[in-house]
Ligand binder design. Sequence first.
Ligand SMILES: [Zn+2]
Length: 246
Amino acid sequence: MEQVKPFSDDRIRQACVYCGGAIGTRDHVPSRVLLDEPFPDNLPVVDACSGCNSGFSDDEMYVACLVDVVQASIADPDLVPRKKIGRILREQTLLRDKLARARHVNDGVVSFDVESARVRNVLLKLARGHAAFELDERRRGEPVRVTMIPLAALAPAARAAFETPPLVSVFPEVGSRAMQRMSVASVTLMAAEDPSRAVEKQLILGADWIQVQRNRYRYLAVALDSGELVVRIVLSEYLCCEVIWN
Ligand SMILES: [Zn+2]
């Protein structure tokens, strides 16, 4: 990945990005269980307390395995898409059994009981990490919305809206990575009935998807003109998620 160093105020980076506690470690966002070896260079890292750094591991492993097991339609280490998840399922027999028990077949259709609180916990943590890393924005409170859905379940219009980075005209936090990634385009908006009423508007380009690892993990983090903060995440081109804070 391209390395972009922030040069914003250090004082806002002196607390765990997840809980605000005393920092003791640096946490990878996304965590490595969601990626395959060899890992990309320059993985995003954020300051975290040791409790948060280790506290999400079980849920992250659950989500990584769930995404593969659902894609394979079965909790079989030999049939899941990722070799790494196959290894984990062989070693973590309790988790494998849990996922096997979560599988149901009705009229030939396979479905899984999903522990959605754990999935939400992981996606919210990831979104907080991306907001901190990209935008220098701390969002420790509850978001107004968390949406999680398989990418394939989105209708075409919803899919297009999800994939398209929102256009913004306010600048991100000065010095943040998002600020450095952006470029500014000047567009002229004209009223069709009266071309003399043209309005010059500055649009910021650069709030775009960041590919951490192809087919494995990508995200987009953007602060909208309305003040809302939006983070979108796609795991394994299978599960997509959007988190919105006021
Ligand atoms: Zn913490």
